[in-house]
Design a protein around this ligand. Structure first.
Ligand code: BES
Ligand code: MN
Ligand code: ZN
Length: 493
């Protein structure tokens, strides 16, 4: 999809389809200069005849007619002074759906000024919605969904707004590219998307984007290094585990990087603590944290910001086997701390803890890990909101703000010391599960013991990384938008 901005009057650009916003009083903004001719009257009468209320999420498609050689898509934006966030979020998807069902090839959008909705915000919403509505995963379908009909979107704005709009378009393009990539990696089945496959994909990113340098450590090297917790998970699978790093330097190499660590369990059977059969297929999505890290790296390589960013992926398959870990096994982590594995299904924290120790070598400005870590997170926050915890309130606050800004929201859970004792083990320095209650927090507590030397936050995306069951089942690409917003915000600070 091509997106561009211009301050040229729409009517002078021989448009095919014009999208204008109309408020709850039926008024369009001044950029909708087509309304200065006969179509204004036509539109007025049609809007009242068809009782178009102008509510956000409502659209009206007026096909070409008479001397008017272009289609008009009217999008309601309600009362711009009284709009709530969720109302604003209805506008883009409604436009995208109307464009799709009317098979428009080109769209000219009048980005008018309406109260609290800025042209930049509205433009961003429309791009995100179009990109989301045109995503499909049909690799394994004999019948393909085909290319989207729409190929060109031109935003019309005031002359002094084009530069900022171009920046918005660039950012939106990068974020959506990364998000699509993360979705596709997540949707790949477990027999294709293995630790080896993730490593190959990361190497391919390094080839496609010279700014990214990829390195892969094999299971043998992890074992030699002393990553006893990581290897205790990967050893039960015939597929060897991989530790994948992707480094992007957009500024002075000496400037501390932002490090993203992704849980990359390419299939989670639970191991010897085997999961029940129902919906176990969805445990192919247990690498969505790492998919979001790869998505961010791709987005960063597209955007080329002046930041240093390192993506690290802990890739392994969690299987039951003769040589798999058993409940009660004790392993030594890279940090030297020992862990009693009481439940082999709490494997994410085991691969992550060693990886979190490993990333100390990057002397990070901040480390954020992203993991589909606990079912308890879904109990606490459902599927709308990711959980965030950390050892640095400034970092947590920045992530919460980035979530709000990008409409990829997160909410903080308390990582208080009070919960730490739930991890006490009679035999080792700690056990890998916290028992009854606060399952997401005790998982966070476990990770916190390996992240003492840098500002750190943990995103539990168990409820948000994919849509479970139903027609919409599939990876969402979250939290790529949140992470990209966080990183871009660092440029300003
Ligand atoms: N990958 C799962 C968490 C999960 C479950 C995410 C369902 C999304 C949907 C994780 O590895 C896991 O199995 N966690 C256990 C931890 C427990 C054994 C302490 C869980 O949540 O049940
Ligand atoms: Mn598990
Ligand atoms: Zn898991």
């Amino acid at each position: 999809m091509r997106y561009s901005s211009t301050s040229e009057a729409i009517i002078n650009t021989s448009p095919k389809c014009i999208c204008i916003s109309v408020n709850s009083e039926g008024k369009a903004g001044e950029l909708s200069d087509i309304l200065s001719n006969d179509s204004a009257k036509e539109l007025d009468s049609l809007l009242s005849e068809l009782s178009f209320s102008g509510k956000p999420g409502e659209t009206l498609f007026l096909p070409r007619s008479g001397t008017r050689e272009f289609h008009i898509l009217v999008a309601g934006i309600g009362d711009p002074q009284a709009l709530k966030e969720n109302d604003v979020l209805k506008i883009g998807p409604a436009i995208a759906a109307a464009i799709k069902s009317n098979k428009m090839k080109e769209l000219s959008v009048a980005l008018d000024h309406f109260g609290s909705i800025s042209p930049l915000n509205l433009g961003r919403q429309i791009i995100d919605a179009i990109e989301t509505s045109t995503y499909s995963f049909d690799t394994y379908k004999s019948e393909k969904s085909g290319e989207p009909t729409l190929t060109q979107v031109t935003f019309h704005c005031l002359e002094n707004e084009t530069a900022a709009l171009d920046e918005t378009i660039r950012l939106a393009h990068a974020v959506n590219t990364g998000r699509h990539y993360a979705r596709t990696l997540g949707n790949e089945p477990g027999n294709v998307c293995t630790p080896f496959y993730l490593a190959q994909q990361a190497k391919q990113l390094g080839k496609d984007y010279p700014d990214i340098e990829t390195n892969v450590l094999d299971e043998e090297e992890l074992e030699k290094m002393g990553m006893g917790a990581f290897v205790s998970v990967s050893k039960g699978s015939t597929l060897p585990g991989k530790l994948i790093t992707m480094e992007y330097y957009g500024t002075d190499k000496k400037s501390a990087p932002y490090v993203l660590v992704g849980k990359g369990i390419t299939f989670d059977t639970g191991g010897i603590s085997l999961k029940p059969g129902a919906q176990m297929d969805e445990m192919k999505f247990d690498m969505c944290g790492s998919a979001s890290v790869m998505g961010v790296m791709k987005a960063i390589a597209e955007l080329k910001p002046k930041l240093n960013v390192v993506g690290v992926i802990a890739a392994a398959e969690n299987m039951p086997a003769g040589n798999a870990s058993k409940p009660g096994d004790i392993v030594t982590t890279l940090s030297g701390q020992t862990v009693e594995i009481l439940n082999t299904d709490a494997e994410g924290r085991l691969v992550l803890c060693d990886t979190l120790t490993y990333v100390e070598r990057f002397k990070p400005a901040a480390v954020i890990d992203i993991a589909t870590l606990t079912g308890a997170c879904i109990v606490a926050l459902g599927h709308c909101t990711s959980a965030v915890m950390g050892n640095d309130q400034t970092l947590v606050d920045q992530l919460l703000a980035a979530g709000q800004q990008s409409h990829d929201k997160a909410w903080q859970l308390p990582l208080w010391d009070d919960y730490q004792s739930q991890l006490d083990s009679p035999f080792a320095d700690m056990q890998n599960i916290g028992g009854k209650g606060a399952g997401s927090i005790t998982a966070g507590c476990f990770l916190s013991r390996f992240t003492k030397s840098y500002p750190w936050a943990h995103l539990d995306v168990a409820g948000t990384a994919w849509v479970s069951g139903g027609k919409e089942k599939g990876a969402t690409g979250r939290p790529v938008p949140l992470l990209m917003q966080y990183l871009v915000n660092q440029l300003a600070s």
